[in-house]
Write a new protein. Sequence first.
Length: 324
Amino acid sequence: MFELDDNIEYPDFPEEGFREVQQCLDRFVGISYETASGMLYRMKPAREDITLYRVKILDIIRHNPPLESVLRYFHDGRDNYLWYSDFYDDITKEVYQRYRTFKAAPVEINPANYAEELDKIDLPYFKELVDLITLERILMKYEDKVSEPKTESEEDLSDKKTPAAGNEETKVEIKPTSQLETKRTKAKRSYEPKLNNKQYALLAECIEQIKLFRLRLKVTDLKKLLKGKLTEPLEVTNQKTLVYLFERLKEYQYIKDKWISVADGNKDFISFRTEGNRQRYGDQQHYIPMQQFQNNRKKSEKEAVRGLIIIDEAIEEMNEYRDE
């Protein structure tokens, strides 16, 4: 029987660079917040101050759209909130590579060298990230001290969805995710995907052609799935087809070999609610377990697979873009 890797520690990050970015960001935010808190120590916070900080936060996000989801994951209390957010999915390929290969200078950050060392960080959005998290921490501290109920206008401002620069359709919504979502995503592991944007697009198109899931899977959601950041399970219309697709991705090293143990542990997939499944499992969600994946893997080797030709053609086309 295929066993889970209980003795292996799966890291939250696929690359050392992302870990260094988060640690470096935390150090700069720590200094920035302590400095600001010291200056504001003797000041009694007022509602006007809270409103001002909210406006500053929304202004940063409006001018830097990739930062839109960061605060939501910061509020969850995640140590690695930048990685779990959509930030790395929303930045360009070139910026992503700069973050992936980032190496922090071996210098201790302190109030004396803070500004000088911050100027040396050659990463787009980094200074804005420092300002954003610092302002949010100050805002949280102020809100704890101000116990009076919010006015109606302030509640409207806190829930305001501000359009991103150059795109009035983009909305900004800052709110913490549920505790259930937090626990589920924290426990997840990555499939260790090795796909570029073109390959992600081809794979998403293939999945849509074969109608693998009950709902359409967007490229951004596909990335979250493979990176272990999906917050809701996907309802699978054909388990044998799902297993065949993932086995092909494994064969060409687009995902890790032991993807079944990841899928089982993450609880990423639930069975489609046909009438037969309702009678067998009831109306509650039925997560596809490891044994069921294994059974379908054996079936896919012997029986006809729905969408097999489409999958094979998609994999061949993905291979053409492997080096891009």
